[in-house]
Design a binder for this molecule. Structure first.
Ligand SMILES: Nc1nc2c(ncn2[C@@H]2O[C@H](COP(=O)(O)OP(=O)(O)O)[C@@H](O)[C@H]2O)c(=O)[nH]1
Ligand SMILES: [Mg+2]
Length: 463
């Protein structure tokens, strides 16, 4: 075995020579991470043969020779389940891959022929691409690092009366009987923490996105551990800070505050330190169409979640992120996924809407000089674009098979190219039908602009 330091040094040298790249895929649950990574690996493995990657110059010019999977380096990170995903897509009828939780990794070695004239003579080169898939929910926790338990509790006061607050009613009733100064009852605390986690899960089920702490939703091996047993205390105020701080260690307040700190130190920070900081490039996937279909309260909620999530990419010198972790990402892509749910002439509008949704974070990124590109794509295209004649007019339409197995020909509606207004919601002008993946006859997976994303994310390393 080689010494770990030698390994890191080796990695560093390879990176310096442009031979290695760490690319992470993130996005909230169901945004399409598994589909994206599966298709990306599939396209690269078929490069040079059946893959259609015209927007990636190395592929278009016939210089991309293919890719093979090799053993990854971080042995503590689960392997991305590519084969399982492909067997679901190849089943009869085809199925979408099972959802994954937590972080996973896959290492590809891409072989290509450099374009540079001086390298005539048939030499080939290799790029090692480390791919990571991790839940965007984890990024919702970055803002927690800017809080202590008291200020976080205050920031979490629910807006009374909205649908989302209703989902926390059981927790709210239980927590309002608690006295912060009382001696902690561990069993009772665990019970109320479970009500809080249940509220978060119900909110996610109901289509909400802005949910903290992120690890409560995807606890993995931490399920049931006391580090995940805390919640905000409603009704405590800044004016009580000194009184609260003076409470004994066995008090409810001090216990909750300790667990909050533990969560930050042992869960939030290690992710940024050990993973996030080491990614060279990232793509953030957003299911804009799903949110559009879910109505105004959820759409607004997605917008808030994205604003929180994007703080993890704010490399401004004074940002929380830069102060704590000094990351060094050099390129970012933001993609509206599942573009095959709308007819092709709507795709530009979809990008417009994505940019409107992320207007503020994008401004910050540009200011911080982080190269960023917004696009729309379908990792695994499940529909076919058609045209239909109606009263002498030619109209765009989609043809696909629903999850229930019904063949449909439809026009899903217009995508607003800026933030939807009351008139849009009143019209309810958008239908989002979940489609079954298309049956495959061998070859690469069908996609829309996955090659464009690839070009932005790795194209410059294949010249
Ligand atoms: N039509 C279509 N549906 C997609 C596409 N990508 C993802 N989906 C749908 O979105 C669901 C969630 O995708 P998945 O990749 O599992 O999301 P993850 O939770 O971010 O990994 C899938 O089960 C599909 O139903 C796509 O490119 N086209
Ligand atoms: Mg997944």
């Amino acid at each position: 075995m080689r010494h770990p330091l030698t390994r890191e040094l080796h990695d560093l040298l390879e990176r310096g020579r442009d031979r290695q790249l760490r690319l992470a895929v993130t996005g909230l649950s169901r945004s399409g991470k598994t589909a994206f990574l599966t298709s990306l690996v599939n396209q690269l493995r078929h490069a040079g043969l059946e893959a259609r990657l015209d927007l990636l110059p190395a592929a278009r010019e016939g210089r991309l020779l293919g890719a093979r999977r090799v053993a990854q380096q971080d042995l503590g990170v689960p392997r991305f389940p590519y084969d399982q995903a492909m067997s679901a897509l190849d089943a009869t009828p085809p199925r979408w891959p099972e959802p994954t939780r937590g972080i996973s990794e896959l290492r590809l070695v891409i072989r290509y022929r450099p374009s540079r004239r001086r390298l005539l003579g048939g030499e080939t080169r290799e790029l090692t691409l480390d791919l990571f898939d991790y839940p965007g929910e984890w990024l919702l926790d970055l803002p927690l690092l800017g809080h202590d338990y008291l200020s976080w509790s205050q920031a979490q006061q629910p807006t009374i009366g909205c649908e989302r607050a209703g989902l926390f009613a059981v927790w709210h009733d239980a927590v309002s009987t608690l006295d912060p100064a009382s001696e902690v009852d561990e069993a009772r605390l665990a019970e109320i923490a479970e009500h809080y986690a249940a509220g978060l899960r119900a909110a996610r089920e109901a289509g909400f996105s802005d949910l903290q702490p992120g690890r409560f939703l995807l606890p993995g091996e931490l399920a049931g551990a006391p580090v995940l047993q805390f919640f905000p205390l409603p009704g405590i105020a800044e004016a009580d800070r000194d009184t609260l701080a003076a409470l004994p260690a066995q008090s409810l307040y001090a216990t909750l505050a300790r667990r909050f700190d533990h969560y930050l130190q042992h869960i939030v920070k290690p992710f940024y330190r050990e993973h996030f900081r080491r990614f060279d490039r990232q793509i953030v996937l957003v299911d804009v169409l799903g949110a559009l279909n879910a109505g105004p309260e959820r759409f607004e909620d997605l917008s808030r979640a994205l604003a929180n999530l994007m703080q993890s990419f704010d490399y401004g010198r004074r940002s929380l992120l830069s102060r704590l972790f000094a990351p060094r990402i050099d390129r970012l892509a933001i993609a509206a996924t599942k573009a095959d749910h709308v007819t092709p002439e709507q795709h530009a509008r979809l990008v417009g809407l994505l940019e409107a949704l992320l207007a503020e974070p994008l401004k910050d990124l540009r200011f911080a000089d982080v190269p960023v590109r917004a696009l729309s794509l379908a990792s695994i295209r499940a529909t076919e674009a058609r045209e239909v004649e109606q009263r002498g007019e030619t109209l765009p339409a989609l043809r696909g098979t629903t999850l229930a197995g019904e063949e449909v020909l439809m026009f899903p509606g217009e995508v607003p190219n800026r933030l939807p207004d009351a008139a849009f919601w009143a019209r309810q002008g958008f239908t989002f039908t979940a489609f079954r993946p298309l049956p495959r006859e061998g070859g690469a997976l069908p996609h829309i602009r996955l090659d464009s994303a690839l070009d932005w994310l790795i194209g410059d390393k294949l010249t």
